[in-house]
Design a protein around this ligand. Structure first.
Ligand code: 5GP
Ligand code: ZN
Length: 114
């Protein structure tokens, strides 16, 4: 685990966060600066820099990540719809370099995103 990785430190319990789901592979937390009424982040417990760094061996983990996103959105009552987002790299504004899935919902969203 990179010692300077914020999300690794949250997963390890070294930095506090509101954890809404946890299993052997994944941790889901509330985003500290929500961009929508519901804004959750699903993190693989094992550090991967970005989706671009995922390998074939991560296939099941990535499936679990998406399924957790859908399930948590349903549990949050986002019946009107929601968005699952993986920002990747500088142009997309990825600011934490530990792969994470955003779950955004609770308001209407525009397309294309900014
Ligand atoms: P990115 O821009 O990398 O796709 O998303 C990183 C997200 O992490 C942002 O939405 C940001 O608000 C969130 N974030 C940054 N620092 C913290 C923190 O210390 N705790 C939590 N819960 N979320 C954070
Ligand atoms: Zn990490």
């Amino acid at each position: 685990m990179p010692l300077d990785c914020l999300f690794c430190r949250i997963i390890a319990g070294e930095i506090p966060a509101t954890i809404v789901y946890r299993d052997n592979e994944l941790t889901a937390i509330r985003d500290i600066n929500p961009a929508a009424p519901t804004h959750l982040l699903v993190l693989p417990n094992r550090h991967i820099d970005s989706i671009s760094d995922a390998q074939a061996r991560d296939q099941a983990l990535l499936g679990a990540l998406l399924l957790a996103g859908a399930r948590l959105a349903q549990q949050a009552g986002l019946d009107g719809g929601y968005r699952l987002v993986i920002n990747t790299g500088a142009d997309a504004g990825q600011s934490v370099h530990h792969l994470h899935l955003h779950i955004l919902g609770g308001r209407a969203m525009r397309w294309p995103p900014g």
